[in-house]
Design a protein around this ligand. Structure first.
Ligand code: NAD
Length: 256
């Protein structure tokens, strides 16, 4: 029970394949009390169908479209009202318009660039800003990233730029929030077949290449990302902040 007594907010669950959901299940199994976020009414219905699989109901469910300051504030208010303070924040959300993930990167429009960076990177800053007053000492914040932040991955395009911004934001936030003993890290996960991932053109080829070339010669499982999230939220990782942790079966260490 690594997370007994810890209250952790996870943004956002879309369905049972979401990395956020794998993390929710693993944290629930380790005794955490969960606050679960969803983007909109459609996602709320999906969440309703699966939430009964947890060992206990979440202490709160909150709607949070991160493009809306009002929804972020309302989510923070609801968390404050229901649980008072939190010990963890998981940022597992991203978006880029589909055309930006299939056309050459040089064709990226100003609108697509701004939207991808706003939803996928700035939202981490916005959530930390809104929830900072509620973060307990030793709280752990984590975000989900991908190798496309540092190397060119075909079709990942503007999402790679957004993940680079997200990873830099992790370091700046770690320096700011570290003054209150709050840690901020990212998990750079290998490809997993989720709703968001299927928006990337050629995603199935990406999984095949990954499993062929990774040091472990396989793809990762959602439970492996979730296990790392549990570790980062737990008292076992209190000396780690500002890090990007790879859960990619060793893909990123290979030169060829
Ligand atoms: P997913 O589709 O299950 O989750 C993406 C979430 O983002 C959904 O809950 C969706 O509602 C939310 N979202 C999109 N726009 C939003 C907005 N405007 N406001 C609030 N929420 C919004 O897919 P996933 O793969 O579980 O993605 C979770 C995170 O993991 C993302 O940051 C993604 O980039 C990252 N990641 C995924 C992979 C992969 O291969 N699946 C690999 C590395 C990192």
């Amino acid at each position: 029970m690594l997370l007994e007594g810890k209250k952790i907010a996870i943004f956002n669950v879309a369905n049972k394949r979401s990395i956020a959901w794998a993390i929710a299940q693993a944290m629930d199994a380790q005794g955490a009390e969960l606050i679960l976020g969803y983007q909109n009414e459609r996602m709320a219905q999906n969440l309703e169908k699966i939430v009964g699989d947890l060992s206990k109901p979440p202490v709160a469910v909150v709607q949070c479209d991160v493009t809306s300051n009002e929804e972020i504030e309302a989510a923070a208010d609801k968390i404050k009202a229901t649980v008072g303070s939190i010990d963890g924040l998981v940022h597992a959300l991203a978006f880029a318009p589909r055309e930006a993930l299939e056309s050459p990167f040089v064709q990226t429009t100003r609108e697509a660039f701004a939207q991808a960076l706003d939803i996928s990177a700035y939202s981490l800053v916005a959530l930390c800003r809104a929830l900072q007053p509620m973060l307990n000492e030793n709280a752990s914040v984590m975000a989900l990233s991908y190798y496309g932040a540092e190397k060119v991955v075909p079709n990942y395009n503007v999402m790679g730029v957004a993940k680079a911004a997200l990873e830099a934001s992790v370091r700046y936030l770690a320096a700011d929030l570290g003054q209150n003993q709050v840690r901020v890290n990212a998990i750079s996960a290998g490809p997993l077949n989720t709703l968001a991932a299927r928006g990337i053109s050629g995603f199935i080829d990406m999984m095949k290449i990954h499993s062929d070339r990774a040091a472990l010669r396989r793809n990762i499982e959602p439970e492996e990302v979730a296990g790392t999230a549990v570790f980062l939220a737990s008292g076992l990782s209190t000396g780690i902040t500002g890090e990007i942790m790879y859960v990619d079966a060793g893909y990123s260490i290979m030169g060829m």
